[in-house]
Design a protein around this ligand. Structure first.
Ligand SMILES: [Zn+2]
Length: 164
């Protein structure tokens, strides 16, 4: 029987003490049988275990980044952009393998658009969202602006080294 309690997930192997947010990191790359490549990026907003984005602000960021990341990555199929449960960043899944620096630039452009977003939040209705009252546009704008006060770097993966 496989041990289902401790899957060897990529994110559980990342040393969260040795990364420096905000950053973009190539977290995974998958090759399909027919040669298609799927890449998964770790878009980290805040330093793990030092800060976390409040739920309402992160939720609004999710709704806004859905459009702004796609706009910032023309010609790239965005499969998904979803917040991490730890509320320190997003996972971005793409068809294809753009350079990390290109994803970093797109992340910065999308955050800049979030910071300046005015008007309604897309999809923020009872019919279109699973928790439509739990949103904060002022929060999303402020957190995006605060992330952009620091340079977003390309972060290599730092695996946890077992010391035994
Ligand atoms: Zn929603």
């Amino acid at each position: 029987m496989p041990d289902l309690s401790a899957p060897r997930l990529e994110s559980f192997e990342l040393d969260h003490d040795k990364v420096r947010a905000p950053y973009v990191r190539l977290a995974a790359r998958y090759a399909g049988e027919r040669g298609d490549i799927v890449t998964k990026f770790d878009l980290r907003l805040v330093q793990p275990n030092e800060a976390e984005v409040p739920t309402a602000a992160l939720h609004t960021m999710e709704h806004l980044l859905a459009g702004y990341l796609r706009a910032a990555l023309p010609g790239v199929v965005v499969v998904d952009a979803s917040p991490m449960g730890c509320r320190t960043g997003f996972y971005l899944t793409l068809l294809g393998e753009p350079a990390e620096a290109a994803v970093r630039d797109a992340f910065a452009a999308a955050l800049s658009a979030v910071a300046g977003h005015a008007g309604a939040v897309p999809g923020c209705t009872r019919q279109r969202c699973g928790n439509w009252r739990d949103h904060s546009l002022p929060g999303a704008r402020a957190w995006a602006a605060s992330v952009l006060q620091r340079e977003i770097v390309v972060q290599p993966t730092v695996p946890i080294v077992d010391e035994d």
